[in-house]
Each structure stands twice: as C-alpha cells, then as structure tokens.
Write a new protein. Structure first.
Length: 153
C-alpha cells in the first residue's frame, strides 16, 4: 500500500509470463537462442499492426527497418561531422533525420526543430536574381579550386 490509499494488486500465477526451457541456462544452444530471438522479432513486427500477414513479410520488414535505421544513422552522423568539417552539414543531417523519422518519433521531432532553426524553407523565397548569383558564385569557386589544384600547384 502506498500513502495515497491506492492498492497494488497482488500478482497471481496467471499474470506471469511462462519462461521457456533453457532461458537463462548457459548450456542452451546458440540455435535455440536465435530461434527465440527470431520468434520475438516476428511477434514484435506483427504487433506493430503494419501490413505483415506471413513470417516472410515480417522478416522482410525487419530487414528493411534495420537497413533504414543503419542508413539513416550513417547519413545523420555524416551530417554531424560536416558541421565541423567542410560540407552541407545541416542539409545532410536533415536527410539523415528524415530517413530515421520513418521509424522513430524523436527523429521526426528533431528534424522539425532543425528545419525551423536552419531556415531551409526560406531559401526559395529569395529573389531569382539572388539565387542565380549565389549559384554562379558557387560554380566560380569550384572552378577556381579545380584550376588551382590541377594546374597551378
């Protein structure tokens, strides 16, 4: 009993999840652990309520999720590195978060916050002559760099 008067119900034997044989047993085989993990992954995938009707579809969706999370994480970390090193760090971070946002709500929230702070949506609001001028300056800088590193050094 707590001080608020609420009672915690006593645990009965039906509320416990039965343990499988070999769980926690150091002698259980690697194959048995893999089978249990695979079964748990399939059950978690079925519990999401998304399009899976067969174990093959669940396995495919698990693989797709793992690939999306891996790619999104790598792209996001590359964007963070580009904040320190040369490169479009904020833009690449947004792309990485966009990939991660398909699976994680925190990534979606962080992506929206980063997009607001980076003012990415305002770039299209610049006059066309400013956009063309920035493009020309960027191309001239790249051309000058190529000339310098390829011929003048």
């Amino acid at each position: 009993m707590s001080g608020t008067g609420a009672q915690v119900p006593a645990e009965d034997s039906t509320s416990r999840v039965p343990t499988e044989p070999g769980v926690g047993d150091p002698a259980s085989s690697t194959d048995e652990r893999r089978r249990r993990l695979r079964h748990a992954a399939y059950q978690a995938e079925y519990a999401t309520g998304r399009r899976e009707r067969t174990p093959v579809e669940a396995k495919r969706n698990i693989i797709v999720r793992l690939v999306l999370i891996t790619v999104g994480g790598v792209v996001f970390l590359a964007g963070l590195a580009m904040l320190v090193f040369p490169g479009p760090g904020i833009l690449v971070s947004l792309v990485g978060l966009g990939i991660l946002a398909r699976e994680f709500a925190w990534a979606d929230h962080l992506m929206k916050t980063l997009r607001e702070k980076s003012h990415v949506d305002e770039v299209g609001k610049l006059p066309i002559w400013v956009q063309i001028g920035l493009g020309l300056v960027s191309m001239a800088a790249v051309a000058a760099s190529l000339v310098w590193f390829l011929w003048l050094r």
